[in-house]
Design a protein around this ligand. Sequence first.
Ligand code: AMP
Ligand code: MG
Length: 423
Amino acid sequence: MAQLTDDCFAFSGPLLPIAEAERMIEERVSPVVEIETVPLGAVRGRVIARDIVAPLSLPPFDNSAVDGYAVRHADLDPAKETRLTVGGRVTAGRSAARSPEAGEAIRIFTGAPMPKGTDTVFMQEDCRVDGNSVIVPAGLEIGANRRLAGEDLRAGSVMLPVGRRLTEQHVALAAAVGLTTLPVRRLVRVAVFSTGDEIVDPGAPRPAAALFDANRYLLAGLIERIGARPTDLGILPDDAERLGQAIEAAAAGHDLVLTSGGVSTGEADHVRTAVERIGRLVFWRVGIKPGRPVAMGVIPGPNGEGAAFVGLPGNPVAVFVTFARVVRPLILRLAGAETEPLLPLPVRATFAYRKRKGRREYVRVKLVRAGDGGIDAIKHAQDGAGVLTSLTETDGLVELPEDLTTVAPGATVGFLSYAALTD
Ligand code: AMP
Ligand code: MG
């Protein structure tokens, strides 16, 4: 089924740096190959499968950017006002009946085609009308208030390159040139399991020592948000045998199998054991906090192909962070999407923080406008990896690089909004 060779993710170090994980994903995972032709109304979020060449220029014809009077610039007196006879009228959606003769202006409205021979448009606010004449001021440059054909987009140029993830803006562009469908790669299929004897589904009775499942809901939403298709496969018990069977079955129909829980070193953490039985686990510790236990591997399938496997930690905040920093790049790579590096924006820390070297840490913060106009990042009071409200009551994450060990109040730090991390 999927797009991974068995030597993916070969890594033997103890704590894989995030940059290394990203590099492996980029180098060793190849995108899904199937292409679908999808109507414009349903392409948002999909990934362009081959370069799309513009079939039409935008705008398609020279037209007026304002309501006013179209003239020949050569008719104007460069030193003083010019009186022109209004020789016609053209509105949007129509063409001028004739081109103006020397000394004539054409009444024109926004979007109407430039009458043949005219090159410049006066805004009506700058003109005086006197009977059948219009008096225009001196000093307007040639070409003013005229939109040239192709100044937005040239027919024949690549308007949507292969790998582009389509937003509403791209859909609008495709519509503007008259396209009705676009070739996109098929959706990446992601199987999602929760694991843990203590996890029950919302709506089911909850034994005293049980927790309702938050992670499957979090993950399904995050997967959909980046344009992939989640399959909800429910909750698995802490049992390596049953975990292995379920993961292996899921691998046959999916590009990626994603679990949460059961990957740390506790005695009941059977996900690693299960994956080692049915496939190959390549690393299970990433230099990221929260979220250090992230297992990544390959479940082999027929023809030497296999599904990717990622075992996320159980704590919901760790799930969120590791999804954003490890799973999202993997899914986008499977989807064949071009990706831009995340750009942390500078904000001012109001908190002190100490961290270990060699690990990238993420601090949940709320942003406020400070008295001096700057933007302050206020750290959430609780930083446990299981505190879900720390995600709902904040705006994003401050990213503290591997080399850093301390943050002092007032320091400039890099902020990533939740939207930037999940879109
Ligand atoms: P684990 O790595 O399985 O030990 O899980 C770490 C913590 O996350 C434990 O407190 C679990 O109860 C919790 N947890 C695991 N899976 C979920 C889930 N699907 N929803 C909410 N909490 C979970
Ligand atoms: Mg567990």
